[in-house]
Design a protein around this ligand. Structure first.
Ligand SMILES: Cc1ncc(COP(=O)(O)O)c(C=O)c1O
Length: 434
């Protein structure tokens, strides 16, 4: 256990009042992490003295319980402060100072590439995962009859993008279905069986936005490469959620948001393009021919503030101060805390795998006999818990036959908040919901 003495030394607290109001900065978080460095991330996952440091580095509205961080997450205070600082600086003379800030963005590119494992010359900084993935979906040459294989549980905007391309270029879009939770082998075989001589692209999530179902990304990318097929991986929920290196996935393209699990300011994303694919991929907004081979051609989007991209640096430093493995284990600990407390009830349906290495901070729970939207409304009306109620739709939307609450805490979530969610679910199970 992290000792109370170490806790007091690190916080520099003089009295309990100071403890309550002290704002944690990067140094505090780094010092707290140094104090637990000898222990395994699994062990630290349940050390509330340590996680109190992280909780206090954020400024959420604690009158609410936010279990919808998967949509996008609040930033730590240091990141929000950096964003405001850059905005103020830029506003003194937007052209001059915005230019100065933009001149430093190469450092952000290199830092992101080092942390997430790719060459900086393969990494574009975008505004979100939608932009990253649409650059690729609309930027790859395809002809009538070419086939894309994706799934019914891929993200709606990405499905819409393929549907539009089908109308525009007469490509064929095949959507696969799968039950949840399922195995890596099952997903692999579904794609393998579906491939035809016309298949040009496999497009799938690293983990889905619904149940957090993990995909066998590297195996699918190898399968595709053997058959001369391109891979596009939607990593919107994977980056900075659990540790991996992008290059190890062996994908051709990988897109993510940075305002979800990295907690960067809203309006940040990342696009990885394997070097040999850069020249043959058209940017969404035109760039000059001399930039054909330059990853920066995907960033030409006209005038926008420099501040959000600059503040990624602070978000990355905060993420590193916690440590990717410690963060992943804490997220898993929070998920298991609510899931294990509920799962014995036969009416509870956990739609996510609880096996190690499959699920971290995102899981879905349904209740037999309770309408999901009513349950989500009950959570907010009675308990002020914000949680995403998810129900399957029909094409062109996502199609799936389960429903439930998608629960996504983050590193600033407290055990009291998780336990209140459990109590609220028990209340609903016992007494019903309006
Ligand atoms: C799987 C998946 N892909 C893409 C996106 C799009 O992300 P953004 O809205 O940040 O562009 C999301 C957003 O939730 C998502 O969950």
């Amino acid at each position: 256990m992290w000792s109370r003495r170490a806790f007091l030394r690190i916080t520099g607290a003089i009295g309990t009042t100071a403890l309550a109001i002290r704002t944690r900065g990067l140094d505090d978080v780094a010092a707290a992490s140094a104090a637990v460095a000898a222990r395994s991330p699994d062990d630290v996952a349940s050390d509330e003295f340590y996680w109190r440091e992280i909780q206090e580095a954020y400024a959420p509205d604690r009158t609410l319980i936010n279990l919808n961080n998967g949509h996008h997450s609040p930033s730590p205070r240091v990141v929000q402060d950096a964003l405001k600082r850059y905005l103020d600086y830029e506003n003194q003379d937007p052209v001059y100072y915005g230019g100065l800030i933009n001149g430093n963005i190469e450092r952000v590119r290199r830092a992101l590439a080092a942390e997430f494992g790719c060459d900086p010359e393969e990494l574009a900084i975008t505004r979100n995962a939608s932009e990253s993935l649409q650059i690729v979906q609309d930027g790859i040459d395809l002809k009538a009859g070419d086939e894309i294989i994706t799934t019914h549980q891929d993200y709606p905007r990405m499905l819409t993008t393929w549907d539009q391309r089908a109308r525009r270029d007469k490509i064929r879009v095949t959507r696969l279905q799968f039950s949840v939770p399922t195995t890596q082998q099952d997903l692999y075989e579904r794609f393998e069986r579906a491939i035809t001589p016309q298949t040009k692209i496999l497009h799938f999530c690293h983990i889905t936005n619904l149940t957090g179902q993990l995909f066998p990304v590297q195996r699918l990318c190898r399968l595709a490469r053997e058959r001369g097929i391109t891979t596009i991986v939607d990593g919107a929920h994977a980056v900075a959620h659990f540790p991996f290196k992008i290059r190890d996935l062996e994908a051709d393209y990988y897109g993510t948001s940075l305002h979800k699990w990295l907690c960067a300011p809203v309006g940040n994303g990342l696009l990885y393009v394997r070097k040999e694919n850069i020249a043959k991929t058209w940017p969404l907004q035109a760039a000059s021919e001399r930039r054909s081979h330059d990853i920066r051609k995907f960033e030409e989007v006209g005038t926008m503030p420099a501040a959000p991209h600059a503040a990624i640096a602070e978000a990355l430093a905060f993420h590193q101060a916690i440590g990717a493995e410690r963060k992943a284990q804490r997220l898993r600990y929070l998920t298991l805390r609510w899931a294990n407390a509920l799962k014995a009830n036969p009416r509870i349906k956990i739609h996510s795998s609880l096996e190690p290495g499959q699920t971290w901070g995102m899981a879905m729970v349904g209740v037999d006999g309770i309408n999901t939207q009513a349950l989500s409304k009950f959570m907010f009306d009675k308990y002020r818990i914000i949680v995403n109620g998810v129900v399957g739709g029909t094409p062109p939307g996502q199609v799936f036959d389960y429903q439930g609450l998608r629960v996504t805490p983050n590193v600033y979530s407290t055990l009291e908040e998780i336990d209140t969610f459990v109590d609220a679910m028990q209340d609903g199970l016992k007494n019903g919901v309006p």
